[in-house]
Write a protein that binds this ligand. Structure first.
Ligand code: ADP
Length: 218
């Protein structure tokens, strides 16, 4: 099984597709955003400053991310492949990732760009709700994945919450950061012949196309 890197603007559907791939193929999902949010929940000075950085929508300093990612890649549960979500986010990180892969003895795999129009992304962000217990995601604005009961997870019955950075203002910063810093990775990976492009509007179509890529590369 090839490892997968998703390159995508905020709310392009990485999380949803990752959940489906985990269920169906046993991939592990490595989200640097989730790892950082977990670190930011610590009640100490480091946790507090990280929480502030995340809420602003700006990128966290590279060194913090590298250390956290290396620790995760060294755990021995990744034989069935892993999905890297949220990393690399700029060219420096992409170059460093090659070194990290060498260090931990893992392969790059395939890189998938999920292309979604900006207006759809904003609705997905502002309407996104996440289960506080199982992490399932919903949306109250797009009509796709609306929770059956207001504020409650369909799957496990726990409370839904809204991320601190899921608002219009933070979306603008995150989208601009994506265009300026992350978008150049598409060219970087295209030159290495590992890049696949998907128009990601409907989650089922996107999943079908991702599965085609996985099967073609098996
Ligand atoms: P989204 O892709 O929806 O913006 P993520 O969960 O991937 O959300 O990331 C949330 C925040 O975590 C980012 O805005 C950034 O502050 C931080 N972050 C995540 N991954 C990285 C990374 N590779 N480098 C720097 N900061 C990161």
């Amino acid at each position: 099984m090839r490892n997968i890197i998703f390159i995508a603007p905020p709310a392009a559907g990485k999380g949803t597709i990752s959940e489906k791939l985990m269920d169906k193929y046993g991939y592990k999902h490595i989200s640097t955003g989730d790892i950082l949010r977990d670190m930011a929940s610590r009640d100490d000075e480091f946790g507090h400053s990280l929480k502030g950085m995340l809420a602003s929508g700006k990128l966290v300093p590279d060194e913090i991310v590298y250390e956290a990612l290396k620790r995760r890649l060294l755990m021995n549960d990744l034989e069935s492949g892993f999905i890297l979500d949220g990393f690399p986010r700029n060219l420096n990180q992409a170059r460093e990732y090659d070194k990290i892969l060498d260090e931990v003895g893992k392969k790059l795999g395939v890189v998938i760009y999920l292309d979604t129009p900006k207006d759809i992304l904003e609705k997905r962000i502002v309407g996104r709700r996440i289960c506080s217990s199982c992490g399932a995601t919903y949306n109250i604005l797009t009509g796709i994945n609306t929770p059956k009961k207001d504020g409650i997870c369909d799957k496990c019955g726990s409370q839904l919450y809204q991320r601190d950075d899921d608002n219009s203002e933070s979306f603008k910063t995150r989208y601009e950061t994506f265009i300026n810093q992350t978008y150049p990775l598409i060219d970087f990976y295209k030159k290495r012949n590992v890049l696949y492009n998907i128009d990601s509007i409907n989650p089922d179509d996107t999943m079908r196309k991702v599965e085609e890529i996985i099967n073609d590369n098996d």
